[in-house]
Design a binder for this molecule. Structure first.
Ligand code: ACM
Length: 262
């Protein structure tokens, strides 16, 4: 199975331009699963709830979902994209999974980071695993990495690959994902963004890049640069994520002792 990420620099508020950039990457990508960053079409540093509302859309009927569905339809490709999702009066920091037949599902970010708590409602979807044929995939968004329970829940539900759209500003996540993969024997694709945002009187945010694909044994199969856009693809053997044996005596998930974890 060929999986990859698209690391790039979304332009704040310019949804149409960002969608065009993403669609170009989708057309250029020759693999089976492509992960895009968190809030990949809106940008990140919002200044008001009204602004977030304006940059959000309904899923899957909104224009971004529709354009991406059209770009993917009929290709043997699944795409995970981060976007702001409106439902009733709430906006969620969401990631949407789209495949050859259109919309597959949505994950709403559970653990909101910093000012996201001002703009978004905490996710209410829980952690789902979708079978996309060649693999079972689970979605996390950025700061969810900080909560090992999130990755563990997806592993317990059978995820082979953690798809992890991100807008990272702190340095720790790329190394931490090595542990998330090792402790769950799963692959992870972290798709981060690059560039800076500085809106109104707020402090500038610098996004750290370093998107990566990590294997179930903790090996970093590829890590992107800090600053450059990159469309990257790598072939993986999904069976590696299904073998939870550590040695002849230990099976990672079967050896858990949940009665002591309360
Ligand atoms: C983050 O959760 N965007 C750091």
């Amino acid at each position: 199975m060929k999986v990859g990420f698209f690391q790039f620099d979304p332009q704040f508020g310019n949804i149409q331009r960002n969608v065009e950039t993403v669609i170009q990457a989708i057309h250029a990508f020759q693999g089976d699963l492509l992960v895009l960053p968190e809030l990949a079409v809106s940008g990140y540093q919002f200044v008001s709830k009204e602004e977030v509302w304006e940059l959000a859309e309904r899923v899957p009927t909104g224009p971004v979902c529709q354009q991406l569905e059209q770009a993917i339809r009929g290709r043997a490709l699944h795409v995970v994209v981060g976007l702001a999702e409106r439902e009733h009066d709430s906006v969620y920091n969401a990631a949407v999974l789209i495949g050859p037949n259109g919309y597959v599902g949505t994950y709403r970010k559970t653990h909101l980071f910093f000012e996201e708590t001002l703009w978004f409602s905490p996710g209410n979807t829980g952690f789902h695993v979708w079978d996309i044929g060649q693999a079972k995939v689970g979605l996390l968004i950025c700061f969810d990495w900080f909560y090992p329970e999130a990755a563990r829940t997806l592993a317990l539900k059978g995820a082979d690959i953690l798809c992890h759209p991100s807008n990272l500003v702190l340095p720790h996540c790329p190394d931490a994902m090595v542990t998330r993969c090792l402790e769950n024997h799963v692959f992870a694709i972290t798709a981060n963004r690059v560039g800076q945002e500085q809106r109104e009187n707020k402090s500038a945010l610098s996004f750290i890049g370093l998107s990566e694909i990590v294997a179930p044994n903790g090996q970093i199969l590829h890590r992107a640069s800090h600053n450059d856009s990159e469309l990257f693809m790598h072939e993986i053997d999904v069976a590696q994520a299904r073998d939870k044996r550590i040695n002849p005596y230990n099976d990672l998930l079967k050896d858990r002792q949940p009665q002591w974890y309360v």
